[in-house]
Design a protein around this ligand. Structure first.
Ligand code: SF4
Length: 458
C-alpha cells in the first residue's frame, strides 16, 4: 500500500521507508530522572520513536525537560505525547514534542465540539511541524459510532475515516492512524478495511500497527507477531509497536524482527512444509527458541486468521545455545502449536488474557500482578480475563473481557464483570482473591440456573 511520508522529527514514517520501530515508557512522566533513564535505555535498545503518557499539564512541562536532557545527550529520538481526553494538553504537548497521539473522539462527547477541538490541535501542529497519531483502539470508540456500527472493525474504520476527512479538509497530512485491538481477528480486519477505504478515497496516510493489550511472555510475542506480520505481509503498516506487559526494552527485539522480516533483511528458518486436509506440517531448523516462535507466528498466523489452514504441526528443531532441541512430537512443539492457534483465535486451550503494557498512569506493579492473575486463573479455559493499569482507560480498552482487574490508584482495585464494575476500592492484597471469588460465585449461580432449568436437584 502506497503511503505518504509523515515526518516525525528526524524520522520518516511511510512513503516506502523501512518500518519504524517504536515503544512507550512505563515510567511516570513527572519522574524526570526515571523517564530520561528509560528513554536512554530504549534508544540504546533500538527504539526509533518513544512515547510517554501526558495525563496533566505538569506532565507537559516534565516532557519538555525530558526532551531537553535527551537532546543534550545527543539523543535525537523523536518523542510522542500520549494524551487522552484533553485537547488543551494535546495542544500544549504539540508545542513541545514531535508527535501527539490522541483519540479525538474523546475530546468531547458532542461530535461537533470534538471536531472544533481537533481542528484547533491541527492548527497548532501545522504551525510547529508536529505529527499526529489518531489512535482508535477497539473498545475506545464513542457511543455515537458504536450505536451506528456496533463495537466492530467496521466502526473502527468509519471512526478513523471521519477524522481523516477532517484532516484533508484542513489540508493537514502529517497524520498516522492506528486501529489496535487485543483480538487479532478484529485488529487485522479493521486495518484491512481502513486501507481499502483510504485507497478508495485517494488517501494515503501511514498506518501504525499494534496488537494492544497483548499480555506478556511467549503469548504476548506470538499474538503480536501473528497480527502485525499478517498485515505487513500485505504491504499494510509503516510503523509498529509490540505492546508487552514487561520492561518496554523487551519489545524492541520482537518489533525489530518483524520490521526486518518485512524489509527482507531476515528470513524464516522454515525448512519444509506440506499442507494436507487443512493442516500444515512445518519443519524448522531455528537458531533459537525465540526465532522458532516468531518464525512460526509469521509463517502461519495469517493463514490461520484467514482460515486457509485449520491446524499446524511443528517438527524439526531449534537450538538452545549449542544444544539441539528436537521438536517432533515433543511437549515444546505441542505448546507452540496451542499458543499459535490461540493467538489466531482458532482454538482456545487456556484462558485468554488481555493486559495493557502499563504506562505513567499505572499505579501498581502491573507485571507482577498480571503473572499472579495468570497463575491463579490458568484453569479457567475459554474465559477472557483483563488486567489493566488504570481506571481512566482500562475499562474501555479491555473491550471483550469477561472479567477485569483494574487499578484505581492509591492501592485500590476495581473488579469488572464485562463492562460493569462489581466491586470497587478493593485493597490490592485482596483483589485477586476477590476476583476469583466473584468468578466462582458466578459459575455456581449459572450451574444452579442450568440445574433448575433441567430439573436437576443440585
Ligand atoms: S490502560 Fe494501561 S497502558 Fe492504557 S493508559 Fe491505562 S495504564 Fe496506561
Amino acid at each position: 500500500m502506497h503511503t505518504e511520508e509523515v515526518k516525525v522529527g528526524n524520522v520518516i514514517i511511510g512513503g516506502g521507508h523501512p518500518v519504524v520501530v517504536q515503544t512507550m515508557c512505563n515510567t511516570h512522566t513527572s519522574d524526570i530522572e526515571a523517564s530520561v533513564a528509560q528513554c536512554v535505555r530504549l534508544h540504546e535498545a533500538g527504539a526509533e520513536m518513544i512515547r510517554l503518557t501526558v495525563p496533566s499539564p505538569d506532565d507537559v512541562k516534565a516532557l519538555a525537560e525530558i526532551r531537553r536532557r535527551l537532546r543534550c545527550m545527543g539523543i535525537e529520538t523523536p518523542l510522542v505525547a500520549d494524551v487522552h481526553f484533553s485537547s488543551g494538553i494535546a495542544i500544549a504537548a504539540a508545542e513541545t514534542v514531535e508527535k501527539v497521539r490522541i483519540n479525538p473522539g474523546n475530546f468531547h462527547k458532542d461530535f461537533a465540539q470534538a471536531k472544533i477541538r481537533f481542528s484547533e490541535l491541527v492548527n497548532v501542529c501545522k504551525e510547529h511541524g508536529t505529527a499526529i497519531r489518531i489512535g482508535l483502539n477497539h473498545g475506545s470508540l464513542g457511543e455515537r459510532i458504536t450505536t451506528l456500527y456496533g463495537n466492530t472493525p467496521l466502526a473502527m474504520k468509519e471512526a478513523a475515516m471521519e477524522w481523516l476527512d477532517l484532516c484533508v479538509q484542513n489540508d493537514f497530512r502529517n497524520v498516522v492512524v492506528s486501529l489496535k485491538a487485543s483480538n487479532t481477528i478484529v485488529m487485522v480486519e479493521a486495518y484491512r478495511l481502513l486501507a481499502a477505504a483510504m485507497e478508495e478515497k485517494g488517501m494515503a496516510f501511514p498506518l501504525h500497527l499494534g496488537v494492544t493489550e497483548a499480555g506478556n511472555g511467549d503469548s504476548g510475542r506470538i499474538k503480536s507477531a501473528v497480527g502485525i506480520s499478517a498485515l505487513l505481509s500485505e504491504g499494510i503498516g509503516d510503523t509498529i509497536r509490540v505492546s508487552l506487559t514487561e520492561d518496554p526494552a523487551n519489545e524492541i527485539p520482537v518489533a525489530k524482527y518483524l520490521a526486518d522480516r518485512c524489509g527482507g533483511i531476515l528470513h524464516s528458518s522454515l525448512a519444509a512444509v506440506s499442507i494436507e486436509g487443512g493442516k500444515a506440517v512445518a519443519t524448522y531448523e531455528a537458531p533459537s527458541r525465540e526465532r522458532l516462535m516468531l518464525d512460526l507466528s509469521c509463517d502461519f498466523g495469517k493463514m490461520l486468521l484467514d482460515r486457509k489452514i485449520d491446524d499446524v504441526e511443528i517438527r524439526g528443531c531449534y537450538y538452545d545455545g549449542d544444544r539441539k532441541v528436537v521438536l517432533d512430537g515433543s511437549d515444546d512443539a505441542a505448546y507452540f502449536e496451542d499458543e499459535l492457534l490461540q493467538a489466531a483465535r482458532r482454538r482456545f486451550y487456556r484462558p485468554e488474557y488481555v493486559a495493557c503494557p502499563g504506562c505513567g498512569r499505572t499505579m501498581y506493579n502491573l507485571e507482577e500482578t498480571f503473572n499472579e492473575v495468570k497463575r491463579r486463573t490458568s484453569h479457567l479455559k475459554g474465559m477472557v480475563i483483563a488486567v489493566m493499569g488504570c481506571i481512566v482507560n482500562g475499562p474501555g480498552e479491555m473491550a471483550d473481557a469477561d472479567w477485569g482487574y483494574v487499578g484505581e490508584g492509591n492501592g485500590k482495585v476495581a473488579i469488572y464483570r464485562k463492562k460493569t464494575p462489581v466491586a470497587r476500592h478493593i485493597p490490592e492484597n485482596e483483589a485477586i482473591d476477590k476476583l476469583l471469588e466473584l468468578i466462582e460465585n458466578d459459575s455456581q449461580a449459572s450451574a444452579g440456573i442450568s440445574g433448575e432449568a433441567a430439573g436437576i436437584d443440585l
